[in-house]
Design a protein around this ligand. Sequence first.
Ligand code: NDP
Length: 343
Amino acid sequence: MFGLIGHLTSLEHAQAVAHKLGYPEYGNQGLDFWCSAPPQIIDDITVKSITGQTIQGKYVESCFLPEMLSQKRIKTAIRKILNAMACAQKNNIEITALGGFSSIIFENFNLKQNKQVRGVELDFSHFTTGNTHTAYIICRQVEAASQAIGIDLAQATVAVCGATGDIGSGVCRWLDRKTNVQELLLIARNQERLQNLQNELGRGKILSLEEALPLADIVVWVASMPRGIDIGEIPLKNPCLLIDGGYPKNLDTKIQQPGVHILKGGIVEHSLDIDWKIMEIVEMDSPDRQLFACFAEGMLLEFEKWHTNFSWGRNQITVEKMEKIGAVSIKHGFKPYLLKTGN
Ligand code: NDP
């Protein structure tokens, strides 16, 4: 049995979903109500692999909302993630993926020190961030989508926004070692971490967002920002491929420049329909088959019976692990989501 811990993108989104699911008493409530709501298992999932194997899973809604990342509510945010993990463990789920901000909160607030949650001693070996598969899928999206729109990687400058993050650093390692990309631009705020990454890679220019974006043929957006950022005023190249790997994904509503191709990053398409309801709620174009790559990692670990925290800690994603999860992703029928013709 696999588990997926997820959350909605904003209070407004949570209220709309509650109304849609027929819970007006939740839909009319403000943030205080959502702060006190316990985690809920709201979906039972069946996934079939193209090998013929079938697995079962559960979706745990943590009732965390990005608004809880404000200073005043941070303890609530932490409690939400730990309670959702305890809920998964109490339900005997063998491997659970931490979606969206769950893994970021876990790492940033060092929650591995908080093993004891409401009578449950958390066993972290049964959880994965799903970030190795996400980084792998984003890299495959870079390779395939650039080719589709006529950008030659050997001549291309790729800007990675969030380069020092868990996913961003994995993406940089892959682009450096597995592709012939001409130039890497590294963007983040903490200069020491940027310097360490540059030293590790032995390449890459450290630039600000405003300096880097106008130079980039490809932008990989993997910064963790609860409310996103408006980059609509920064001039981009024509053509430019922009891979929006953050959560929530909101760059497409903000950029209206000619020749900019925006692709939802870190999204996979399964070859077979998945029996679940949850992806309709997060407004995937094809909810029976599309999902976040981190959730798919939970499924892959269950298919392979690798009940282990495959992706864990920060900046540990190696090219070898990306290749390993990539091989089983292909084996079970997952493909990177790509630009539709005419996009
Ligand atoms: P991390 O917290 O490990 O890394 C975040 C990165 O963003 C860091 O490099 C950080 O560096 C940078 N960053 C944060 N704020 C800014 C800013 N204002 N300007 C520039 N850089 C910034 O996050 P992850 O790698 O775990 O996740 C990255 C994103 O991917 C998140 O949005 C997450 O929700 C999403 N995600 C998507 C998944 C999917 O399946 N599609 C799965 C998992 C995550 P610094 O602090 O120094 O600025």
